[in-house]
Design a binder for this molecule. Structure first.
Ligand code: PLP
Length: 366
């Protein structure tokens, strides 16, 4: 039995051809035609004016906070129910994370967001908003709250390339957004990220910082410190090929999700991550909650049929790393963490192959 992974890389078939072209041109060094092409493809697909290809989404969040002037002891609000990559950059800058719990959408609660803004001892500078598992957060309400309160909105769309709200791509609502092309995401360059935004000057500044902050002289001149965060031309070639199939991948992820939903529709204790009104989720991972059956039992049963599964993200406010940080929570994400798992959500196998996941789950909870 071949192992069913949560979200294995799925190449389109064009990647090697494009990598071959990179080798022919000898632009193995960072930067070259494919970096530009990759940026163009993300700009076109998401209808965003500016994009910067980077070594990771984490790097993108770091640059986004830095170019917006976030620094020592500033408060940065963040979704608590997320992966650590959303918030590590806050720590890189010596700023202070303030975690906000989820609501019934599983994503950030606008109500708790407002409560945080109104009760913190100091005005928070920015919000890092995650669109979890490729499902849009309540962007209409959240954008409005940020605008009214002068909070910079940075969207962590690492998991949500292809997901939309009101027909517009997640990642393009805020001041800046990031997409990830890490190995487990809906598309992958084996590792990589893209920072997008509307403000050309700020994206230019991020580009400058991502290549060691070299002043425009032939010799090396530096007035401030930067990072080595740019994406290589070789990896961008993979990205260009992957972007050609993004809509197929979204469609397939949604089919996998719909398949599980149909198969489990008669099991009362099971529910799935919602897709909020006016949105299209990319269903990167099929996330499922069991009201009664302990998730440990399900995970073990899936392991027996050689299928990978994992608990939902452990909320940041429950992590030892953040035990001293502020949180606005009402138990929502803690409960999801305790009762939920991600099921194998590959785009590269037939739905028949997922039948053994369905059977293993059914055996545990019927
Ligand atoms: C994967 C992920 C990241 C980090 O992306 P990298 O490209 O691996 O740095 C950040 N946030 C979320 C929500 C993620 O899932």
């Amino acid at each position: 039995m071949q192992r069913l992974f949560l979200s294995p890389p799925h190449m389109s078939g064009k990647e090697l051809e494009y990598i071959g072209k990179v080798f022919e041109s000898n632009y193995i060094a960072p930067l070259g035609e494919y970096v530009n092409r990759f940026e163009e493809s993300v700009k076109n697909y998401t209808s965003t004016p500016h994009a910067l290809a980077l070594s990771s989404a984490t790097a993108g969040l770091h640059l986004a906070l830095r170019v917006h002037g976030i620094g020592q002891d500033d408060f940065v609000l963040a979704s608590s129910f997320t992966f650590i990559g959303s918030v590590n950059a806050i720590l890189y800058l010596g700023a202070k994370p303030v975690f906000i719990d989820s609501d019934e959408s599983w994503n950030l609660s606008p109500k708790l967001l407002l409560e945080a803004i109104e009760t913190l001892p100091k005005k928070p500078k920015a919000l890092i908003l995650t669109h979890l598992y490729g499902s849009s957060a309540k962007l209409d309400e959240i954008v409005e709250i940020c605008r009214e309160n002068g909070v910079i909105l940075i969207e962590d769309a690492a998991e949500s390339l292809g997901a939309t709200f009101d027909g517009k791509h997640t990642g393009t609502f805020g001041d800046m957004g990031v997409y990830s092309f890490n190995g487990n995401k809906i598309l992958t360059t084996s590792g990589g990220g893209m920072l997008v935004g509307k403000n050309q000057e700020l994206i230019e500044k991020a580009k400058f910082l991502s290549t060691q902050a070299k002043e425009p002289f032939l010799h090396y001149e530096h007035k401030e410190f930067g990072y080595n965060y740019r994406m290589s031309n070789v990896l961008a070639a993979i990205g260009v090929a992957q972007m050609e199939v993004i809509e197929q991948r979204v469609a397939r992820k949604r089919e996998v999700f719909a398949f599980y939903e149909e198969q489990f529709k008669d099991i009362e204790e099971i529910s799935f991550m919602p897709e909020i009104a006016s949105s299209r989720a990319n269903r990167w991972l099929s996330a499922i909650v069991f009201e009664k059956t302990p998730t440990q039992k399900i995970i073990q049963a899936l392991e027996v049929v050689n299928a990978e599964s994992r608990p939902l993200w452990k909320p940041m406010h429950m992590q030892p790393l953040f035990s001293d940080d502020k949180v606005y929570e009402d138990g929502t994400s803690q409960k999801l963490f305790e009762k939920g798992i991600c099921l194998p959500s590959p785009t590269s196998c037939s739905l028949d192959e997922l039948q053994r996941v369905v059977e293993a789950v059914k055996k545990e909870c019927l």
